[in-house]
Design a protein around this ligand. Structure first.
Ligand code: ATP
Ligand code: MG
Length: 650
C-alpha cells in the first residue's frame, strides 16, 4: 500500500466535497479518477498532495513516498532556461553530483591531493550509479515523444505557449519517476500523437498512476480501475472506462429500484402513523414507527442528469452573406509550409469543423481566418462581421476576482442581469452559483464561463479552438445544444469526434497545404472517405482471420446480494405487503362510498322518500361495518408486515 485514505471527509465551508470515503492506492495501480465538472476531483488530488486538511478520517502514506502532481498551477512557472535543461531538473541528484565533479576537476588542475582524488573517484562512481551520463538522452527522448522537435530542445522555455510549457513540465514529472504520479487532465495539452505516446510510456511505468480525464478513449486504454466521485462519495470500479459504464448502469438501476421501494415503504409507514397517531391503542406503536423512519438510512435518488433549458442564442447584427474569403494564402513556419496558395470561403450559416492530424496547421488556419496571423495572400473580411475567438488560454483571461455574473456583464452583450442569469442557466450555473468567484472555480466551470462569454457576446462569427477541453460529458452536451441554437456562424477545431459530428455542417481538412472542403456532416464525410479509399484500392479477396478473438473483458465483481433473507420469508413478506396494500385500497374505496351515502341521505329527495332513505341507511350501516372489519384486518396485516420485516432484517 502506498497511500491509504480512510473514511475521509472534506468540506469547503458549508459545501461537502467528499464524505466518509476511503481509497487505497497500491503499487502498479492505473486509476482513472472521474466525476462531473466541479465534483471535486482536483480538490481530492490536492488533499492527497497535502495541500488541504481533511475534517474527518485519516490519510497515511508509506515512508519517503515520492509524489508527482501535474496540475494547472504549474502554468505560473517561468524561466529563460532551455526546455532541455528544465526537463533535466528532474534528475536533481545527478545534476548536483555533476556540478561537484566539475568543481573537483577544476581543483585537481592545481593540486595532486590524494584525498581530493579519492573524492573525485567516489563522485564519479555515484554519477555512474545515478545513470548521470544518460540524463540528457532520456530527457530528449521524453520531450520528443511529447511533440518537441530536436531543434526545439535548446530554445528557452519562456518562448513557448502555455500548452507547450505544460508539456515540458509533464516531461519533467514523468522523468522523476515518482511512486505515485497524479495527472490532472493531461490530455488537454496534448494532440493525438502525443496522447498515444503518453499512453505507451505510462503502460510501462513502474509507479502508481492516477489520472483525471474526461477522455473516455484515453481512459479505456490507460486504466484498470476507476474511482468515481459521485454524490460526495468515492465509488470504486474494477476495469477500464467501458467496464465502468456497464457496471454503473447496473448499479444505477439497482439504486433506482432500491430508492423506489424505499419510497413506497416510507409512504406506507407514514400513512399508518397518520392514521393511528390519534388512536390510544396504537399511538405508542405509531410513535415507534415514526422514530424508526427518522433513523432510516435514506437511499438517494439517481440523478436525472442536467436539466435542459430552451434558449436561443440570437445575434444582434446580421453579417453579409460572405463572412470571410481567403485567396492565394501562403503560410510557413521556417521550413514547414502549412498553407500553399490556399483559398476558401465562409458563408453565413456555416458551421465548419477543421479536422486532420496536423495539429499546428489547424490552429494557425483558425488564427488566419480571425485575422490575427500574418500571411502572404489575401484575407477579405465580409461586411458587419464581428468575430470572437475561443483559444485554450481563454481560461487565463478570466478575471479571478470577479464573480461569474460580473464577468459576463463585462463582455458587452448589453443584456440585462435577468437575461444573463437565465443564459448562465444554460451553461449549467444555477441559482447562487452565479455569485461564485472565478478564482475558486474548477477547470470545467472556468471553461463554461469562458465559453458563455464568447457565445453570448456580440459576435456573429465564432472561432473555437478545442472548446471541449476540460468539459465533462454533460457539459459537452450542453455546448452542442448551445452551438446548435447559435444563430451566427462558426469555425471550430476539435479532436472530439462525437462533438464534431454533432455540431458541424461542413468539414475542412488541410491536405498538402490546401483547404479541402466537404459539404456535409462528419458522419457523411467519414462515409465518403471510406468510399474513396475503397475506390482507390485494387479489389482484394476477402480475408477473415480466426485470430480476432479478443480476450474477455475484466468483469467487475457482482454487487453483493443479501442472501441472509430466507427465500420463504421474503415470499411471505411480499404476500403480506400485497394484502396490506389491497386493504388500504379497500378502505379508501369504502370511505368514499360512505361519504357518498352520507350526501345521499342529506338529499331532500332521498330524505322525503322513506323507502329510499331506509335503503340508503342500510347500505351506509353495512359499509360502515365492512370498514371497521377492514380496519381491523389492516391493523393486523400491518403488524404482520412489521414482524416479517424485522425478521428479514435479522
Ligand atoms: N477554495 C475554494 N473555496 C470554495 N470552493 C471551492 C474552492 N476551490 C474549489 N471550490 C469549489 O469546489 C468544487 C470542486 O472543485 P474541483 O476543482 O475540485 O472540481 P473538479 O472535479 O476538478 O472539476 P473539473 O472537472 O471541472 O476540473 C467546485 O464547485 C469549486 O467551485
Ligand atoms: Mg479539475
Amino acid at each position: 500500500m502506498l497511500i491509504a485514505l480512510q473514511d475521509i471527509t472534506f468540506e469547503f465551508g458549508a459545501r461537502t466535497i467528499v464524505e466518509d470515503s476511503s481509497w487505497h492506492i497500491v503499487p502498479g495501480d492505473r486509476v482513472g479518477l472521474i466525476g462531473l465538472n466541479g465534483t471535486g476531483k482536483s480538490t481530492l488530488l490536492r488533499i492527497i498532495n497535502g495541500e488541504y486538511t481533511i475534517s474527518k478520517g485519516s490519510i497515511n502514506k508509506i515512508k519517503n513516498l515520492s509524489l508527482g502532481f501535474f496540475n494547472q498551477d504549474l502554468l505560473s512557472f517561468e524561466t529563460d532556461d532551455s526546455i532541455l535543461s528544465v526537463g533535466m531538473t528532474a534528475f536533481e541528484q545527478a545534476l548536483k553530483v555533476e556540478k561537484e565533479l566539475e568543481e573537483l576537476t577544476a581543483k585537481l588542475e592545481h593540486s595532486q591531493d590524494e584525498a581530493l582524488l579519492h573524492e573525485y573517484s567516489d563522485k564519479l562512481h555515484e554519477f555512474d550509479t545515478l545513470d548521470g551520463y544518460n540524463i540528457r538522452h532520456k530527457t530528449a527522448t521524453v520531450l520528443e515523444g511529447l511533440g518537441f522537435s530536436t531543434a526545439d530542445l535548446d530554445r528557452p522555455y519562456n518562448q513557448f505557449s502555455g500548452g507547450w510549457r505544460m508539456r515540458v513540465l509533464l516531461a519533467k514529472l514523468i522523468l522523476q519517476q515518482p511512486d505515485v504520479l497524479m495527472l490532472d487532465e493531461p490530455t488537454n495539452h496534448l494532440d493525438l500523437p502525443s496522447i498515444e505516446w503518453l499512453e505507451k510510456y505510462l503502460a510501462n511505468y513502474n509507479g502508481a498512476v492516477i489520472i483525471v480525464s474526461h477522455d473516455r478513449y484515453f481512459l479505456d486504454r490507460m486504466v484498470n480501475k476507476i474511482v468515481e466521485l459521485y454524490q460526495q462519495e468515492l465509488h470504486h470500479y474494477a476495469g477500464n472506462y467501458s467496464d465502468y459504464e456497464e457496471e454503473k448502469g447496473l448499479r444505477r438501476e439497482l439504486q433506482q429500484r432500491a430508492y423506489e421501494n424505499q419510497q413506497d415503504y416510507i409512504r406506507q409507514q407514514e400513512r399508518f402513523i397518520e392514521r393511528f397517531k390519534a388512536k390510544a391503542s396504537k399511538a405508542a406503536q405509531a410513535q415507534s414507527i415514526a422514530k424508526r423512519l427518522d433513523k432510516l438510512e435514506r437511499v438517494e435518488q439517481v440523478d436525472g442528469g442536467p436539466s435542459k433549458i430552451r434558449m436561443n442564442f440570437s445575434v444582434d447584427k446580421m453579417p453579409g452573406k460572405i463572412l470571410c474569403t481567403l485567396e492565394g494564402v501562403d503560410k510557413s513556419f521556417g521550413p514547414i509550409q502549412v498553407l500553399k496558395n490556399a483559398g476558401a470561403e465562409i458563408t453565413r450559416g456555416d458551421k465548419i469543423a477543421l479536422i486532420g492530424a496536423n495539429g499546428k496547421g489547424k490552429s494557425t488556419l483558425l488564427r488566419i481566418i480571425a485575422g490575427t496571423e500574418p500571411i502572404s495572400g489575401n484575407r477579405i473580411p465580409g461586411h458587419n462581421v464581428v468575430t470572437s475567438f475561443y483559444a485554450q488560454h481563454q481560461l487565463e483571461s478570466l478575471h479571478l476576482d470577479n464573480e461569474i455574473l460580473e464577468e459576463l456583464k463585462g463582455c458587452g452583450s448589453g443584456k440585462t442581469e435577468m437575461e444573463l442569469r437565465s443564459l448562465l442557466g444554460c451553461f449549467l450555473f444555477q441559482g447562487d452559483d452565479v455569485f461564485k468567484k472565478i478564482r475558486i472555480l474548477s477547470g470545467g466551470e472556468k471553461a463554461r464561463v469562458a465559453l458563455a462569454k464568447v457565445i453570448i457576446g456580440q459576435a456573429n462569427f465564432l472561432m473555437l479552438d478545442e472548446p471541449t477541453n476540460h468539459l465533462d460529458i454533460n457539459s459537452v452536451e450542453m455546448l452542442i445544444d448551445a452551438l446548435g441554437k447559435y444563430e451566427g456562424s462558426l469555425v471550430l477545431v476539435s479532436h472530439d469526434r462525437y462533438f464534431v459530428s454533432k455540431t458541424a455542417n461542413k468539414i475542412w481538412e488541410i491536405v498538402d497545404g490546401e483547404i479541402k472542403e466537404f459539404k456535409g456532416t462528419y458522419a457523411e464525410w467519414e462515409e465518403w472517405k471510406k468510399r474513396q479509399a475503397l475506390a482507390a484500392m485494387p479489389p482484394k479477396p476477402e480475408k477473415k482471420s480466426a485470430a480476432t478473438a479478443r480476450p474477455e473483458p475484466v468483469k467487475a465483481p457482482e454487487p453483493a446480494r443479501n442472501n441472509a433473507i430466507d427465500k420463504d420469508l421474503r415470499k411471505e413478506l411480499q404476500k403480506q405487503q400485497k394484502q396490506f396494500q389491497q386493504l388500504e385500497q379497500q378502505i379508501s374505496a369504502l370511505k368514499s362510498r360512505l361519504q357518498q351515502l352520507e350526501t345521499d341521505m342529506a338529499d331532500p329527495g332521498v330524505y322525503a322518500d322513506k323507502q329510499k332513505f331506509q335503503a340508503t341507511e342500510t347500505a351506509y350501516k353495512e359499509a360502515n361495518a365492512t370498514l371497521s372489519k377492514a380496519n381491523a384486518a389492516y391493523e393486523e396485516a400491518f403488524e404482520k408486515v412489521m414482524e416479517l420485516e424485522q425478521k428479514a432484517q435479522g
